[in-house]
Design a protein around this ligand. Sequence first.
Ligand code: GAR
Length: 209
Amino acid sequence: MKNIVILISGRGSNMQALVQAAIPGAQVAAVISNRADAAGLAWAAAQGLATASLSHRDYPSREDYDAALMALIDTYAPDLVVLAGFMRILTPAFCRHYQGRLINIHPSLLPAFTGLDTHQRALEAGCRVAGCTVHFVTPELDCGPVIVQGAVPVLDHDTAATLAERVLAVEHQVLPQAVADFVSGSLSIRGNRVYRVENTVDATAQLII
Ligand code: GAR
């Protein structure tokens, strides 16, 4: 059984999708937030999951916070750490410590629109397609090897909010898929590319690839 630790900062809808996917061979060992009032923490606790919060405000530096966060995470002996709406930039030491077992979901089709306000920026850039990416985390922000992406059309009447809602529905599909692929041991990283041991993607009919 692989232990998964999920980090959140707020609503936690991606965490919920992951928990509800009940991936064979995986168990959610803990849900941890940097904000004690994160709505997702209450939901996780109500499911009987272990939860913890560690406020970044209690630490003098990013390095100190990340060291404490690593110590907390490691009490759950994680095989995989999932950033599911964890809204903090991580130190290189943190990224190195979990290299190859730390993944993030980001609301854009990377490498386009790293950082914040991704949907507004996609609209302003005139994109016809938007989406989300699950990737391995490296020290460079939103730049690690891509595991899976999901795409949606951008519609003429879209606002950042309507586009975010359409993308979020796809996030809830691709995150469990990426975790299931990791847990089954079917992912390997070579350079900046992720390969599947058995590539079952239907090249003719996929928007989630
Ligand atoms: C999601 O859209 C996720 O992709 C994004 O925050 C949202 C969290 O929603 N993550 C980032 O922007 C990370 N850079 P959720 O709390 O409902 O899962």
